[in-house]
Design a protein around this ligand. Structure first.
Ligand code: SAH
Ligand code: TYD
Ligand code: ZN
Length: 415
C-alpha cells in the first residue's frame, strides 16, 4: 500500500501507516527558506498547511502535509552551516570522534547526508580519510567543493545510495545532521542506507528533540523542512521497522536541544543503557501522549499573544526594533504571530545570500550586521535564539549602548 497523505481527512504515519492524530495547527504557511527577491514581492508565494500529527501506533510526531522536496532544496537554498562558529566547533568534534573510533581502518569511508558547505567533512578531508557528502542544493555544494570536500549534488535516496555503493564501496559510517528529519520518504532512504552501510557500520543522525521542543515551547522548530520530530521511543520503532536497532542516544545542547541517535543493523550490536533510560524519561514526561502536544499548543498561543502585544506596545511608544537571524525557524514565528515590517524594521543576518532579500510571507528586509552596528535599535528580537551566546558575545556593543534583546523561548522575556 502506498504510504503518504493524499487527503488530509485521514492522514497516516509515514513509517508504520498508523492513523495520525492532528495535534498542533499553524494553518497556511510560507516555506521557511523561500526568501523573496525585492522585485518579486507581489508574486504569489507557495503556501502549504503546517500541522503536526502524532501516530496512534508508533507515536512518531510528523507533519501532516509533505512539501515537494524540489521546492525546498533548490540550487539557491540559502542556509550555509558554517555561519556559526559554535556549530563549526561542534562538527569538527563530531568528525574527530568518528576518526578516532569508526574510521581507523586502512580504507575507511564516511558518507554524509545533507553535507551542506562541508562543515563536518572538512575535518575528515584534512585527516586524509575517504568521504563523500550528498546534498541536493548546488550553491552550498560549491562551497564544500572549494574546500576540497568530495560531494554528490543529489538527494540521498535508494537510487543515489546504490550508485555510491557500486562506485565507492560500502561505508563504515553514514552520518546526517539536521537533515534526516527532512526526509519524509523513509522507505527509499532506509533501502539506500541498507545498501550503502557495511554490515558492522553505524548510521548516526542528530536532529531537534521533541522533548526539548515540548519543554521549551520552541514551536518555531516546526516548519516545512522539519518533517519528523523524534523521540528515542519513536526512533527505536522506526529503526526496528527497517531492520535496524537503536543502540545509543546522546542529548546535545546545540540548536536548542537535539538528540544524536546511533543505529546499527539489527543484531550487530547490543543497545547501551542510555536508550532505555531516555525512553523511560520520555514516558514519565508523557511524550507519547497527544495531550502533551495539546498543552504545548496552548502555551505557544500564549507566547504569540504576548510577543505581539509587546511589539505593538514598543511601536506605539516610538521605539525602534530590529530582528536578528533570518532563520528558517523565524518564518514560523513571523507568519504565525503576524510580525511584519510594521513591527520590525529589518532582520539582521551574516549570510551574504540572505542579505537584500525579504523574509518569506512577511517581507521584512534582511540586512547585514553592519547595518545593526551603524545604528543600534532600542530592541532586537532574537530570532536565532539557539545561537544566543555566540550572537550576544559578538554584539556586546548593542547591550552596552543600552539595547535590549527580546526572547520568546521558553517564554517572552527581555535580556
Ligand atoms: N548538516 C548541516 C546542514 C543542515 S541543512 C548542518 O547540520 O548544519 C539541511 C541540508 O540537507 C541542506 O543542505 C539540504 O540541501 C540537504 N538535504 C535536503 N534533502 C536532502 C536529501 N534527500 N539528501 C541529502 N541532503 C538533503
Ligand atoms: P539557524 O538557527 O542555524 O538555522 P535555521 O534556519 O535552521 O532555523 O540559523 C541561524 C541564522 O542566523 C543563519 O541565517 C545565520 C545567522 N547568524 C548570524 O547572522 N550571526 C551569527 O553570529 C550566527 C551564529 C548566525
Ligand atoms: Zn507510526
Amino acid at each position: 500500500m502506498a504510504k503518504g497523505n493524499s487527503g488530509l481527512n485521514a492522514p497516516c504515519c509515514r513509517v508504520c501507516d498508523g492513523r495520525l492524530r492532528v495535534c498542533v495547527d499553524f494553518g497556511s504557511q510560507a516555506l521557511a527558506n523561500a526568501l523573496v527577491a525585492p522585485g518579486d514581492d507581489r508574486r504569489e508565494e507557495f503556501l502549504y498547511r503546517l500541522a503536526l500529527g502524532m501516530c496512534e501506533n508508533c507515536t512518531l510526531v510528523q507533519l501532516v502535509e509533505e512539501v515537494p522536496r524540489g521546492l525546498m532544496f533548490r540550487d539557491d537554498y540559502p542556509f550555509y552551516s558554517s555561519g556559526s562558529a559554535v556549530m563549526a566547533g561542534h562538527f569538527a568534534a563530531v568528525a574527530r570522534r568518528f576518526l578516532e573510533r569508526e574510521l581507523t581502518g586502512p580504507d575507511a569511508f564516511v558518507v554524509e547526508i545533507g553535507s551542506n558547505d562541508g562543515i563536518m567533512l572538512d575535518t575528515v578531508r584534512a585527516a586524509g580519510v575517504r568521504h563523500l557528502g550528498v546534498d541536493p542544493s548546488r550553491r552550498v555544494c560549491e562551497v564544500a567543493a572549494a574546500k576540497g570536500v568530495r560531494h554528490l549534488n543529489d538527494f540521498f535516496e535508494k537510487s543515489s545510495a546504490v550508485e555510491i555503493a557500486a562506485a565507492e564501496g560500502q561505508a563504515d559510517v553514514i552520518f546526517s545532521a539536521n537533515t534526516f528529519s527532512h526526509l519524509p520518504y523513509l522507505d527509499s532512504v532506509f533501502e539506500g542506507i541498507t545498501a550503502l552501510l557495511k554490515p558492522d557500520g553505524v548510521f548516526v543522525f542528530e536532529d531537534p528533540y521533541l522533548g526539548d521542543i515540548m519543554e521549551r515551547t520552541s514551536f518555531d522548530q516546526i516548519y516545512d523542512e522539519h518533517f519528523y520530530f523524534f523521540t528515542a521511543r519513536s526512533a527505536r520503532a522506526m529503526a526496528r521497522r527497517y531492520g535496524f536497532e537503536l543502540v545509543d542516544v546522546e542529548h546535545l545542547g546545540v540548536h536548542g536541544g537535539e538528540v544524536r541517535y546511533t543505529l546499527t543493523f539489527a543484531g550487530s550490536r547490543r543497545p547501551g543503557p542510555a536508550v532505555a533510560e531516555m525512553i523511560a524519561a520520555e514516558e514519565a514526561a508523557g511524550l507519547h501522549r497527544p495531550e502533551v502536544l495539546a498543552q504545548f499548543e496552548r502555551r505557544m498561543q500564549r507566547t504569540r499573544d504576548e510577543l505581539l502585544t509587546l511589539l505593538r506596545t514598543l511601536r506605539d511608544q516610538g521605539r525602534t526594533v530590529m530582528a536578528y537571524g533570518a532563520t528558517g525557524k523565524s518564518t514560523t514565528v513571523a507568519n504565525y504571530c503576524g510580525i511584519g515590517p510594521d513591527l520590525v524594521s529589518c532582520v539582521i543576518d551574516n549570510t551574504p545570500a540572505k542579505q537584500g532579500m525579504l523574509t518569506p510571507g512577511t517581507h521584512i528586509p534582511i540586512r547585514s550586521p553592519q547595518v545593526f552596528r551603524e545604528a543600534y535599535p532600542d530592541y532586537a528580537l532574537l530570532f536565532a535564539w539557539n545561537h544566543a551566546e555566540e550572537i550576544m558575545a559578538k554584539e556586546r556593543g548593542f547591550t552596552e549602548s543600552g539595547g535590549q534583546w527580546i526572547l520568546y523561548i521558553p517564554q517572552v522575556h527581555l535580556v
